[in-house]
Design a binder for this molecule. Structure first.
Ligand code: ADP
Length: 473
């Protein structure tokens, strides 16, 4: 079976969040399970492309219109297969040759052009895939266009699968931009529409052969709360399922991780984590004798990041000289500013790194005792799984994928701490429980070891996806 993943992100080529991790790992495990998995993504000007260490061969050339503007495009294939799967990159100078992935004023045009280029290339490719697997709204017009685009009739019988990594983001734009979409059967215009706008995610939910979310609990949540798509998802639930993400245990392995200060496994976890904590505390001027609570992620409301300044301020006041906090992230300017203000009076008990830093994230998972995730929305969440693998106990709000992956230590086989509401009060209560647990060394050690032993590898999920594709043929 040959699978083509179409995505805006893929680790290590370009990653902003969990989407990149998933598309960088799933194809690798599918390859290992005996399928041929390929990824096609935009050729941004990231270090992976620019550092001259990778060879690319030109496999296709074409051109496309974006409104009145004509763009030339190339499709490149990474020739050394360094990632464990075939990587293709669509280069559209003037649109996709950006330093970053998202956040440009013409994102709608950029990702539409990407999808059209992928379809044009597939249309002419001798070697067509058995399944086209689209990820999130940036690739969500592909199922619609393979069904109804006049130009793409050759692709009509290739099953399309959509994975919804986050339904909050739907990529909607006004009908005045209809001209961006290649010509299609106009009787089917309604398939593009949701609440008076062209909504790519909704269009894919309507027209793909099957869709899934990245955890079963998130699937259930979406039927009640999906940023406006609830009724559509309920209507289409017959072709929906939840498949829990895994983690790439080759990249995220504390006994082999080259990015951390000291490598360790379950046997020498105490010593290993101490060494990593000491290194981290030295860099960030924190007290290595105290438990270290960290937050890693986008500083946005969905992650509950706006609660952090209050949580940190109150926890330091309620438990003076009893704990440290370290935050790694970037996002809302106000939250960034509030965290920097909090830093000003927290002395050696709190520090913050504003920005994106992959190596530092590994160091935090390795050096921390607890990871905070007060998420309002968490489709799956990878951080808590990385944390558990590195012996860091996750403190999570019981929502979405966090429900499916973290058991409270009060329950049998507990691996973390769960709380109900995304409120400072609930998180502070969870922090008090964490401090108490930290004080009872044998119990703390048992929870940590149970967390490290949890199997979150991709093997099972990779097989579930293959079974899903097989059911569509
Ligand atoms: P989301 O995709 O919603 O942001 P996930 O939990 O699915 O959340 O994935 C987040 C991924 O991004 C994890 O690999 C996490 O370590 C990483 N990450 C988030 N913010 C940062 C940052 N500032 N620096 C380094 N890695 C980060």
């Amino acid at each position: 079976m040959e699978i083509l993943h179409v995505s805006a992100e893929c680790y290590p080529v370009a990653k902003v969040g969990g989407l990149g991790d998933v598309v960088g790992a799933l194809p690798k495990y599918q390859y290992e399970a005996g399928s041929i998995a390929k990824v096609v993504m935009p050729a941004y000007r990231t270090a992976f492309r620019e550092n001259g260490q990778h060879q690319f061969e030109l496999v296709h050339q074409g051109g496309l219109w974006v409104g009145h503007d004509w763009y030339h495009f190339n499709v490149w294939k990474e020739s050394a297969n360094v990632l464990g799967f075939d990587l293709y990159q669509v280069d559209i100078p003037g649109l996709l040759d950006t330093a970053g992935v998202y956040g440009y004023l013409n994102d709608t045009e950029r990702f539409l052009a990407f999808q059209v280029a992928v379809l044009d290339w597939l249309n002419e490719w001798q070697h067509q895939p058995d399944v086209i697997h689209c990820h999130d709204h940036h690739t969500s017009l592909i199922p619609f266009l393979t069904q109804y685009g006049y130009k793409y009739k050759r692709l009509k019988d290739i099953p399309t699968v959509l994975t919804i990594h986050n339904a909050q983001y739907q990529g909607q734009f006004g009908w005045d931009k209809l001209y961006l979409i290649p010509s299609f059967d106009l009787w089917k215009s309604g398939m593009l529409d949701w609440n008076g706008a062209i909504n790519p995610l909704a269009a894919a939910i309507k027209t793909c052969w099957h869709f899934n979310t990245v955890s079963p609990s998130y699937m259930e949540e979406l039927f009640h709360s999906a940023n406006g798509l609830e009724s559509l998802l309920s209507a289409e639930r017959g072709k929906a399922r939840g498949i829990l993400n895994g983690i790439d245990d080759k990249v995220w392995n504390p006994s082999k991780d080259p990015m951390i200060a000291a490598k360790y496994g379950i046997r020498d976890v105490v010593k290993g984590k101490q060494a990593n904590k000491a290194a981290l505390c030295e860099t960030f001027e924190l007290d290595p004798e105290l438990p270290l609570f960290v937050f890693i992620g986008r500083l946005v409301g969905d992650k509950g990041a706006d609660l952090l300044p209050e949580i940190i301020g109150r926890a330091l006041a309620e438990h003076p000289r009893k704990l440290n906090f370290l935050v790694l992230g970037s996002g809302d300017a106000h939250t960034e500013w509030m965290l920097q203000q909090t830093r000003a009076y927290a002395d050696e008990h709190f520090n913050v790194y504003i920005g994106y830093n992959e190596a530092l994230s590994h160091q935090l998972y390795a050096g921390a005792d607890y990871l905070l995730m007060p998420s309002r929305v968490e489709p799956c969440g990878l951080n808590q799984m990385y944390a558990m693998r590195y012996g860091t106990i996750p403190i999570v709000r019981a929502t979405g994928g966090l429900i499916d992956t973290v058991t409270d230590f009060g329950d049998e086989g507990g691996t973390g701490i769960r709380f109900i509401h995304a409120s400072a009060g609930d998180v502070l209560h969870a922090i008090s429980r964490a401090l108490e647990l930290y004080g009872t060394k044998t119990k703390f050690s048992k929870v940590r070891k149970t967390a490290m032993q949890r199997d979150h590898s991709w093997d099972q999920a990779a097989q579930q996806y293959i079974d899903l594709y097989t059911s569509l043929k």
